[in-house]
Design a protein around this ligand. Sequence first.
Ligand SMILES: NC(=O)c1ccc[n+]([C@@H]2O[C@H](COP(=O)([O-])OP(=O)(O)OC[C@H]3O[C@@H](n4cnc5c(N)ncnc54)[C@H](O)[C@@H]3O)[C@@H](O)[C@H]2O)c1
Length: 383
Amino acid sequence: MKADDIKTVAVLGAGDMGHGIAEVALIAGYRVFLRDIKPEFVDKGANRIHDSLAKLVSKGKVPADHYEKIKSELFVTCTDLDEAVKEADLVIEAIPEIMDLKKETFRQIDKSAPAHALFASNTSTMSISEIGSVTNRPEKMLGLHYFNPAVLMKLVEVIKGDKTSEETLQIGYDFVLKNNKVPVRVNKDVPGFIVNRVQAPSVVLFNAILDENIAEPEAVDAVMRKLGMPMGPYETMDYTGLDINVHGSKYYAEAIHPDFAPGKTLMAKYEAGELGKKSGKGFFDWSNGRPQIDVARATDKFDPMDLVAVNANEAAKIVEQGVCSFEDVDKAIINATGNPMGLIALIKNVPPEQLTERLAKLAEKFGKEIFKPSRLIAEGAYR
Ligand SMILES: NC(=O)c1ccc[n+]([C@@H]2O[C@H](COP(=O)([O-])OP(=O)(O)OC[C@H]3O[C@@H](n4cnc5c(N)ncnc54)[C@H](O)[C@@H]3O)[C@@H](O)[C@H]2O)c1
């Protein structure tokens, strides 16, 4: 099988990610079955797709006749799981991040999807190998990790599970290209894959800054806003939801290292129900909309280079494990975030001794082993 043989795609889950993944495939000309568990859920996802496509047509980004074809021929919605997958050449799962739910779904579709169909999961964190293990086709199981919002974000991580065949991975890679997205190969099924993994230590750093009373959220966010970031780290955590941050941190603490466990301040907020934007209060007060960050309050107690150093250190660890190259780290980060510059590009001219010293100091100051300089940083392999 080749990517050209994929004509029909089933997308399971019509939520934030599923509807976006389906829309991207429809724009690229695929026949798409979008499935959710209740008619109102699938309708909601379909309406989001139609609203977005109508806008893209009015901006001249999608031809009007292609949208007509999508409506009349390409786009099918359903609630029956077997119906959704029975003609699929590729199934992309985007249902909630619950392992048992994913396994149950793949177990069922393994029986009803055509034998040649490839299976992909859009999981942000879970093991592709474990999900694929419940099927009789683990060599046809891969990760296709889109970023939110899928229509805008270019990156799709193409993840190899333990048993994924080279052929499956290549078809996944080519399929992403045909969807006008940027694929990056993730050669090993590690927690967080590339982008989320590389950024995971930042949460540890920002937690530690609060727990050690080094600076206030606004003072740190002000530093990053002054550097031109549209949103500082604490506002971003509030925006995503502190519950999501707690769950993510707990997962990394189990899967990678206990140092990733959620910090005291974060846990206290989570337990008090202060979850950020969704509850009206988190690190900031959201009751009157987005918090106003006073850039004049920027602190000199937080050096943004510390953030770059801990993230680059994590990147070096996954490069050492054979997950991807340093070039791919930057390709992934640029296309997942829209940042003009990658992480490794930021440290390219920094001598390894300087980075090593900075990381060793951070490890000592915060008592975090994960900040200790990794081998490839010490060797300057990123240069
Ligand atoms: N939201 C993000 O930023 C993001 C980014 C990348 C990956 N992901 C991953 O994508 C997946 C979906 O996340 P989301 O944000 O779109 O979630 P969501 O809650 O917005 O959507 C999930 C949808 O799946 C439906 N669903 C389909 N089959 C189901 C079943 N058997 N049981 C229960 N619900 C079922 C739900 O009704 C819901 O509409 C998760 O694995 C998540 O980790 C999320």
